[in-house]
Ligand binder design. Structure first.
Ligand code: PNW
Length: 466
């Protein structure tokens, strides 16, 4: 039944769902795929909860027809997936593996036959181990290798993929991976994280150059994760603290792209720690080539205020303490804030705020929500269904928040729910479920959850109840 619900989206709005290669494909040693840093990391004892890894995951490499059929059943108009670099170029550079390319060609043609627009991410964290052995993202050359891999994919799929994202969540691939140590390769050095961040941005820019050279019809951009810090009071000190938080997490990656420079105040704070991005001549011009769109991943945010006890910037401190000192803010846990099953506060107001902030900060760029969703671990019940009420409520509130941002003039073109399937949730392994579809990792049986049916209705009506 078509209805006209109160929350109505623009007619061309692109609804879809997202996944990433290592989290769903499995088939880790099939058809010439070589290991990535995530294979090595997950197989190092103590790194991933329960010793889980992506060897099998959702077996989507073999079940790709079934997964595209589920997308079609849901009514998705787009599907955001990522391309595994070590499947396509097992050594990271040089030789191209035709079987790797063939898999993505097949996926793309299945999607197109189903009327679903393919949206490809080139780097969702699975750096070929062979490149890591030579220094990985610490190595400036890796940015060039990434662009060469991107070029191979543009040549293979450029005519049939309308939307491209270069790097997914550069904050995670640098700080979470090289300073906090929770993601592969699991290092704890802030100086290295800043270097890696710069090389990821450079890789993005060099891939942009390859894309532009080919004069393809599609669109390209980066997909950073953003969060929101809402001042706990209008005290200028609290406002300044939130600005530092935004500098540290959001602007560090988005300013270079849209303004051709790192945020000056935060760069000065890093300099006090003796840390500088390794910028060479021409880098910022390469990085700031005008992208067609911005992908935004949003999950959570918080209220924050100036710290009761400001931390000094001290080069000798642990990376965690240095990062706390750079931000120099206290998160305020507002009573009554619910959390998802991964303990992230549910803050849909922050979604509207960060989107209007992006509008004002970067000249209202076209935005695709490349990820938004909730961890809700509800399992299959006695009735054979999955009543994931928390996820439905989370999505409903975030869709309303998104609509509010569109009404206030933000140029938002689409929304990709994270995630199509329960999958390998990085350092949490299979214990944290983000899927609209439940996956039994023993049998690989897929069961659409209540959220899948709810989302499917939303797509059919191009809107929802207020
Ligand atoms: C994102 N953090 O990861 C990723 O793009 C997805 O692959 C992932 O499954 C999804 O969000 C849910 O986690 C993040 O600790 C992982 O701040 C960790 C963090 C943020 C994002």
């Amino acid at each position: 039944m078509k209805s006209h619900p109160p929350i109505q989206f623009p007619s061309q709005f692109l609804w879809g769902a997202a996944t990433s290669a290592y989290q769903i494909e499995g088939a880790h040693d099939v058809d010439g795929r070589a290991p990535s840093i995530w294979d090595s990391f997950a197989k190092t004892p103590g790194r991933v909860v329960n010793g889980d890894n992506g060897d099998i995951a959702c077996d989507s490499y073999r079940r790709v027809e079934e997964d595209v059929a589920l997308l079609k059943q849901m009514g998705a108009r787009a599907y955001r997936f990522s391309i595994a670099w070590p499947r396509v170029m097992p050594h990271g550079r040089g030789e191209v593996n035709p079987l790797g390319i063939a898999y993505y060609k097949r996926l793309v043609s299945l999607l197109r036959d189903a009327g679903i627009a393919p949206m490809a991410t080139l780097y969702h964290w699975d750096l070929p181990q062979a490149l890591h052995d030579e220094g990985g993202w610490m190595n400036r050359r890796t940015a060039q290798d990434f662009a060469a891999f991107a070029a191979v994919m543009f040549d293979a799929l450029g005519e049939s993929v309308p939307f491209w994202f270069t790097v997914n969540e550069p904050w995670c691939a640098s700080f979470l991976s090289h300073a906090i140590g929770e993601h592969a390769p699991g290092e704890k050095d802030l100086n290295r994280a800043v270097t890696v961040a710069h090389h990821l941005l450079l890789g993005h820019g060099l891939a942009m150059t390859e894309f532009r050279k080919r004069k393809l019809g599609g669109q390209i951009g980066m997909a950073p994760n953003v969060d929101w810090r809402e001042p706990y009071s209008q005290d200028p000190e609290d406002i300044a603290a939130c600005e530092r938080g935004l500098d540290w997490f959001n602007r560090w990656f988005i300013d270079p792209i849209y303004h051709g420079r790192y945020p000056a105040a935060m760069a000065a704070r890093y300099a006090e720690l003796g840390i500088r991005a390794p910028i060479e001549d021409g880098d910022m011009a390469t990085i700031s080539q005008h992208p067609d769109m911005l992908g935004i991943n949003y999950y959570t945010g918080s209220f924050a205020k100036a710290p009761a006890n400001p931390l000094p910037l001290r080069p000798g401190d642990s990376p965690q303490r240095q990062m706390d000192a750079l931000r120099n803010l206290d998160t305020v846990n507002v009573p009554g804030f619910a959390k998802t099953h991964i303990d992230w506060p549910i803050f849909p107001e922050g979604f509207t705020k960060v989107l209007t902030w992006l509008r004002d900060e970067y000249g209202n760029p076209p935005v695709f929500i490349t990820e938004n969703g909730a961890c809700d671990n509800t399992q299959v019940g006695h009735d054979g269904q999955v009543h994931d009420a928390l996820r439905v409520e989370y999505m409903h509130r975030h869709v309303i928040a998104l609509h509010r941002a569109i009404r206030s003039g933000c140029d938002i073109r689409g929304y990709m729910a994270w995630s199509l399937l329960d999958n390998f949730e990085w350092a949490y392994g299979y214990g944290k479920r983000f899927g609209l579809i439940h996956v039994d990792f023993g049998t690989q049986q897929r069961t659409p959850k209540d959220s899948f049916h709810w989302y499917s209705q939303l797509i059919a009506n191009n809107g929802c109840a207020a």
